[in-house]
Design a binder for this molecule. Structure first.
Ligand code: AMP
Length: 357
């Protein structure tokens, strides 16, 4: 364990990123008497900065600002994975960074991630190939069974930076849209459902897991997470925790899977952070994923992950949030609004957790 750990109440946790995940991490830290310091290019009105102890507005590439920020914190973490590699390395040189810069490096790039998961952790992923040009892509697709999904290696989220390929026209269009970026192509997986699991690993290597969750997407954005998933699959925990062990991971990590007809699982992707499919934990009567992450990075004992009842989490996207008055009247429903100014289409504005008695 690092000297000074566990961090006592009053310590400062530095968080890179100022979105809703940072906001909910800051709120959870405050419950434990820990302070949060936010680093982001956005200003004091961004979701996390609104509720944190303090914030620094600077570009992620500004290494002088990163140094000043790290100097003012006891431990560092992040709420999104697109922090530049040099920033993460500089931060880690100055203060403990959890999850580590190498975990971030693996998760930032779909190719590195899939290779790590399949080759180092020995956990199955969807068959994939890297492609350099449209001829490679056509050949790869034939090997992958004729259909597939083209994905940019970096900066993809909520279905952005990807295209489904089922015929010749799809291939031409997808290559035109995405071919200028480094890409991979994956086999199209005829999954029966999408599930995920949120696990945590402490500085001492101890691990916890919440129950498996069933996820439904709408327009490529997570719509609902039902927890616990109607049919549990015990091997999800084993697979996710093998990846965490292989990464020597510290913090909360989400693993998204495709479930096949025979009950087997393929990892779609990992998120080296708290995750939308773990928001239900806030109203499940156990330690929520945000507090669990704070506990992990501060060297505290991990909390209970045993929900006292089921929860269905629904995201409120864009204008959905305007229904807040009706939602606030619903029984057994807990509303979490992120404090974003503009309800743009496709933007995650809030979520509701409906408790299943
Ligand atoms: P991702 O950004 O990789 O999480 O993909 C977004 C969504 O696209 C997933 O949640 C799936 O619904 C779908 N998808 C991604 N990859 C595949 C695949 N290889 N086969 C079938 N559907 C996929």
């Amino acid at each position: 364990m690092q000297t000074g750990f566990p961090l006592p109440p009053g310590s400062i946790i530095g968080i890179f990123g100022s979105g809703q995940l940072g906001r909910m991490l800051a709120l959870a830290a405050a419950r434990l008497g820990l302070k949060t310091h936010i680093f982001a290019p956005t200003g004091g009105d961004s979701p996390a900065a609104q509720v944190a102890h303090s914030y620094m507005q600077a570009d992620y590439n500004d290494l002088n600002a990163v140094k000043a920020f790290a100097d003012g914190c006891d431990v560092l973490t992040y709420e999104f994975e697109n922090i530049p590699a040099e920033t993460a390395l500089e931060a880690a040189r100055l203060k403990p960074l959890y999850p580590s810069a190498s975990c971030l490096n693996v998760a930032q790039d779909r190719l590195t991630e899939k290779k790590f998961i399949s080759e180092k952790a020995g956990v199955p992923v969807a068959p994939f190939e890297t492609v350099e040009n449209i001829f490679d892509l056509k050949r790869a697709l034939r090997r992958l069974g004729g259909s597939g999904v083209l994905k940019t290696r970096r900066f993809g989220y909520d279905g952005k930076g990807q295209a489904i390929l089922q015929n010749e026209t799809d291939i031409e269009n997808a290559w035109e849209a995405l071919g200028a970026h480094p890409v991979i192509v994956e086999a199209f997986i005829p999954f029966i459902r999408e599930v995920s699991i949120v696990c945590a690993r402490g500085v001492d290597g101890r691990m916890t897991a919440y129950p498996l969750v069933e996820n439904v997407h709408k327009n490529h954005i997570l719509h609902t997470s039902t927890a616990p998933a109607p049919r549990d699959l015990g091997h999800a925990k084993t697979l996710a925790q093998s990846i965490m062990e292989a990464l020597d991971y510290v913090g909360v990590m989400a693993t998204e899977f495709f479930e096949l007809e025979d009950g087997s699982l393929l990892v779609n992707e990992i998120a080296p952070r708290v995750h939308n499919s773990g928001h239900w934990t806030q109203d499940a009567g156990c330690t929520d994923q945000f507090e669990q992450h704070i506990r992990a990075v501060a060297g505290w004992p991990l909390g209970s992950t045993d929900p006292k009842h089921g929860v269905v989490m629904t995201n409120l996207i864009g204008e959905d949030v305007n229904d807040w008055q009706n939602l606030a009247r619903e029984d057994n429903t807990f509303l979490h609004i992120y404090g974003k100014k503009e309800a743009r289409a496709g933007r995650k504005m809030a979520h509701v957790n409906r408790v299943v008695p």
